[in-house]
Design a protein around this ligand. Structure first.
Ligand code: GUN
Ligand code: ZN
Length: 428
């Protein structure tokens, strides 16, 4: 066992942020041999309970859960910052041509290391990632994460139509490949598999039906896709599926909405869609830097909370512009504030942080496992330096309460704040 004494940020069951100015985090093995949080709380309350355990004192630092990125594309690491008139031209002109390169396993292996390095530098310890349609891209990313002992959920993209040569897959083979990848990777250590229909316009009915059958056969496997991101995309989806009540209802019709199903964007929704999300236990991956960069729209937090479905934050790199959870939380604040096309809300900093940690874990059905510093959670945590830059040092020194401290970090923070990252109890 090992202990760390510093300020400590964690979350209560109701999502509120808990903070100990002088805290203690105790890490040690669980019954399965993984490294987990054994205790977390005020140093004064816990200090006598662990005699003989070495304590590393980190004055002026904050211990916080590793971030979870609920939606990110590993093969779009080099697509960041590609401008386009909107989602569909961006896919056609930049994304699909680039993703075609991942047919080459060696290329995919190289980018997988860069991708995981970038996430780690920014304090993300659990990504839910799209690979490409090439099974080798999944093998590359899973193997890289396995070597690092990190938590990762990922899947092979399904796209058997309206996709160019080089990324388009074949219906039957795509489903065989998906099942083979589930068998080989899901549940290996901390790896999980996500069935990954790219979006309804790129998948035939047969492919969506097959994906839904796999989702029923493997109920603890995740599902990830995109929905209601952009008005042109919504119109196209409804032309292709004229009998569906809405774009979201297409996925429901194929059995692709359930617990552990994560849908990116969820912007152009009505209340029936919101109720469907709630009733099925599906969750939204809110991707604000992507939505701002591609001009897609603004996630409606008021609508989500009024109806009551799950959501969490995501970078959506490479539509998104940054791997940094700090940048994503700030963009989510801007998106929440926008009050011309939907009700504007002022999201609290603790709530923004929760969406990228414990809230995202809840969306994944991993709330006792990841995204928090409570006993039993995996020991994925960060040492943050609130004085990492001159301005941040001034601001955080003046903070009068937790809200002011967290807002300073969200607005001014980036990878410089992330001083150390612990993955499964080991410094990475
Ligand atoms: N819709 C279908 N594919 C994609 C993608 O790669 N990125 C985003 N943002 N939306 C999509
Ligand atoms: Zn995406």
């Amino acid at each position: 066992m090992k202990a760390f004494r510093a300020a400590l940020l964690r979350f209560a069951d109701d999502g509120s942020a808990l903070y100990d100015e002088d805290g203690l985090l105790v890490v040690g093995p669980d019954a399965q041999g993984g490294q987990v949080v054994r205790a977390a709380g005020a140093w004064s309350a816990l200090k006598d309970n662990y005699p003989g355990v070495a304590v590393e004192h980190l004055p002026g630092r904050i211990l916080a859960p590793g971030f979870i990125d609920l939606h990110v594309h590993f093969p779009q690491t080099d697509v960041i910052g590609s401008p386009a008139e909107g989602l569909l031209p961006w896919l056609e002109n930049y994304t699909f041509p680039h993703e075609a390169r991942f047919a080459d396993a060696a290329y995919a292996q190289g980018v997988a290391e860069v991708f995981l390095d970038e996430l780690q530098r920014h304090g993300v310890t659990t990504p839910l990632a799209f690979c490409t349609s090439h099974p080798a891209s999944v093998d590359a990313l899973m193997a890289a994460a396995q070597r690092r002992g990190q938590r990762l959920i990922a899947g092979k993209v399904l796209q058997d139509r309206h996709s160019p040569d080089g990324v388009r897959d074949r219906t039957e083979q795509s489903l065989v490949d998906t099942e083979d990848l589930i068998r080989r990777w899901h549940g290996q250590g901390r790896l999980g598999y996500a069935i990954t229909p790219r979006f309804a316009p790129s998948c035939s009915e047969a492919q969506l039906r097959g994906a839904g059958e796999l989702a029923a056969r493997y109920p603890d496997v995740w599902i990830q896709s995109h929905v209601a991101e952009n008005r042109d995309e919504v119109r196209w989806a409804l032309e292709l599926f004229p009998d569906a009540r809405s774009y979201l209802a297409v996925y429901d019709g194929f059995g692709l909405m359930r617990e552990r199903a994560i849908y990116a964007h969820c912007i152009h929704f009505d209340d029936d869609d919101r109720r469907l999300m709630r009733e099925r236990g599906a969750a939204a991956a809110v991707s604000p830097t992507s939505n701002l960069f591609l001009g897609s729209g603004f996630f409606d937090y008021e609508g989500a909370d009024r109806v009551g479905f799950r959501y969490g934050l995501a970078s959506d790199v490479g539509g998104g512009t940054s791997f940094s959870p700090f940048h994503t939380m700030l963009a989510a604040y801007y998106v929440g504030r926008e009050g011309q096309t939907k009700p504007g809300v002022s999201l609290k900093p603790g709530h923004l942080w929760w969406q990228h940690t414990a809230g995202a874990a809840q969306a994944l059905g991993l709330d006792r496992v990841a995204g928090n510093l409570r006993p039993g959670c995996e020991a994925d945590f960060l040492v943050l330096n609130p004085g990492a830059t001159p301005l941040l040092a001034r601001k955080t020194a003046q903070a009068r309460d937790l809200d002011e401290l967290l807002f300073s970090l969200i607005v001014l923070g980036d990878d410089r704040v992330v001083e150390r990252v612990y993955v499964g109890g080991a410094a990475a």
